[in-house]
Design a protein around this ligand. Sequence first.
Ligand code: URA
Length: 192
Amino acid sequence: MASELEKLRGELEKLIGELYEGEHKILVHGEGSAGARVMLVGEAPGEQETLQRRPFVGKAGKNLDEFLELAGIDRRELYVSNAVKFRPTKLSAAGRVVNRPPTREEVKLFLPWLKREIALVHPEVVVSLGNVPLRALLGPRCVIGDVHGRFQDAEGVRLYPMYHPASLIYNPSLRAVYAEDVRRLAAWLDGR
Ligand code: URA
């Protein structure tokens, strides 16, 4: 029998297929099992994620893995997902298909599904990575720089905002902050 998460994914496939008929949107669903202690929510899949149909397997995923390892958190203990489940793309000036940030409409479209996914996984903590999932879950005026590394209440869901691992690629000075936020999360998990 299909699990509740599989059913949710099936419903979402159907909806997106209808809404974007003819566009062949490839969805990258969350990975992990219901009951995982920690649920990570990123922004949206990129090229590698779409090719492999798995979240966080590209460059940002490598950064993430590195820090999880530092903190002694095994990726297999996590449920990993994204606020938007398809790759937002645009054409570059050179005519190449490149990533773009998800639009507000795209985030809004997926938000009820993300909330249902969170309810089914029922983690002890949801870790938002970057501003996109943070604002989706906590409100449009939140800024990651103000709330990272501090637990928040998102309509009854315990939320721990962190910077997006991709921001470390562009801003290496964030690495120490990021490492400290991961360390505090790991300490909190250890103490429970
Ligand atoms: N960045 C994200 O936010 N999610 C992914 O799955 C990959 C990169």
